[in-house]
Design a protein around this ligand. Sequence first.
Ligand code: HEC
Length: 176
Amino acid sequence: MYRFLLLVVVILLAACSPVVSETSQLIPTIDSSDTELIATKLSYERLCAHCHGYSGEGQPTGGGPGTVERSIELGYHPVPMHNAEGHTWQHADQILFEMIKYGARSPMYIYIMPPHAGQLTDDEIFDIIDYIKRFWTPEQRTHQAQITENFLEANPNWEEYHLDIYSEEQDASNID
Ligand code: HEC
């Protein structure tokens, strides 16, 4: 019995290993003792990765329902990539925050960008934004940090408005 179980484990490991080694090169490496970061990575993988890709590569390719090819065939934009090839790094943290918290429904996309206000706290959303930054090049990170600063200069009350008043109104309307 023990030998049989061992055999099953060996076969399963052999079957899984090519996939694991292929994707693990793309997924950002993280310190295994950093439990907060691991929790953020798991949230991203649970809530976002099936649309935006485990390493921000966007909607899956390869044809068939749900893939980039199918979206393009039907005249839609594919789900945006978050990696260095996408354009997420060209948006300020505040805009990314609003997109993740409140979502978006554009006729240009076959999928909606779902709102996550009920699933993630504001801090968790900012943690996920920081996680996404790991997919970018150092130059893109520097550029995006500057955009985030510009945005705050142009909208100095953004935090107060969106993280306090707006959030409370939103929470209250959810309860009603
Ligand atoms: C059902 C598929 C789906 C899921 C799940 C999803 N998204 Fe999206 N996301 C989209 C689509 C589609 C858009 C484009 C929306 C638009 O621009 O109108 C988008 C846009 C975005 C953008 C703007 C990116 C850019 O460069 O324009 C961010 C940031 C984002 N999503 C983050 C997330 C995060 C973080 C999660 C998980 C917490 C998530 N998304 C879950 C489909 C999804």
